[in-house]
Design a protein around this ligand. Structure first.
Ligand code: ADP
Ligand code: 5GP
Length: 199
């Protein structure tokens, strides 16, 4: 059957350490229609992170240049560092027909929702603040000061859950992964983005 599909933007947010990366990396491995929007950041790379894959790691000066050039679909200061989604990333990936996953904070999500109301938005919640703390310390990628900063911001981020279309609690990873997959599966079939031709 002939069919056409319109690409979708999938915004995933949630406090640091909730499991966003764990879930969307699995989605990306399982669904070839998905690709990741690589953001720009002024924070330094963690062990194992690759420039151009996890982020484009840039200086504050370069970041300000990009802001002045209006290169960002959205940008925000998160946990004391600058982050932004490049318009060019989204355009390039959508032109190729991909559904594009954005891992961005609620400030950025609000900007995307305003400009792109048809985007799909999902907020991941931790089962408890204690579990969130354990995950951040267990991940062992940030120093305690950075972790405490992120935990202090978690409550304010969680208060924004109501502006998202979907909420998923990442307690049992399998269940959370299934729920996020189900949302994406259903959203792909919306009549405003799926056009099969009956011959
Ligand atoms: P984020 O991208 O939201 O900052 P990560 O995906 O890096 O979070 O996950 C933070 C840590 O929590 C990682 O060590 C990850 O393996 C772990 N984790 C993710 N989901 C779960 C879960 N459901 N139960 C227990 N640990 C989890
Ligand atoms: P991390 O430093 O742990 O990779 O990300 C920290 C926070 O920044 C997370 O909440 C993540 O969603 C957010 N983030 C990552 N990239 C972007 C971006 O391009 N824009 C915005 N607004 N937030 C981002």
């Amino acid at each position: 059957m002939k069919e056409e599909r319109k690409s979708m933007l999938i915004v995933i947010s949630g406090p640091s350490g909730v499991g966003k990366g764990t879930i969307y990396n699995r989605l990306l491995d399982n669904d070839p229609s998905l690709t990741f929007s690589v953001s720009v950041t002024t924070r330094g790379p963690r062990n194992g992170e690759t420039d151009g894959v996890d982020y484009f790691f840039i200086s504050e000066e370069k970041y300000q240049e990009l802001v002045a050039q209006d290169a960002f679909l959205e940008h925000a200061t998160v946990h004391g560092h600058s982050y932004g989604t490049l318009k060019s990333q989204i355009q390039e990936k959508m032109e190729k027909g991909y559904n594009v996953v954005l891992d961005i904070d609620p400030q950025g999500a609000k900007q995307v929702m305003a400009q792109w109301p048809e985007c799909v938005s999902i907020f991941l919640l931790p089962p408890s603040y204690q579990k969130l703390r354990e995950r951040l310390y267990g991940r062992n990628t940030d120093d305690p000061k950075e972790i405490e900063h992120r935990l202090n911001n978690a409550r304010g981020e969680i208060e924004q859950v109501g502006m998202y279309q979907y909420t998923v609690v990442n307690d049992d990873l399998e269940l959370a992964f299934e729920q996020v997959s189900a949302i994406i599966t259903a959203e792909k079939q919306r009549t405003n983005r799926y056009f099969p031709v009956v011959e």
